[in-house]
Design a protein. Sequence first.
Length: 89
Amino acid sequence: MLIDRDPAIRGGRPKIAGTGVTVMRVATWYKMGLTPEEIAKQYGHLSLAQVHAALTYYHANPHEIEADLAQEEAFAEEVDRQSELPPPG
């Protein structure tokens, strides 16, 4: 199995088995225009087969991964918004 989940790692999101690299992370790099070869090079410990497995999972389950991406983006926006608030007092 090339893709698995572990509730203790990355909130149980699908990830490349034996690593902490999520399918969502690989999909993000892919959507930024990186090729599978470039992604594998970026993460030196990943094989090209692992990157392709993550991309296959992404393409087979786009709604799940896009929902994860939207949730991450909303969280980041909330953190940014809160950091812009003036200090109390």
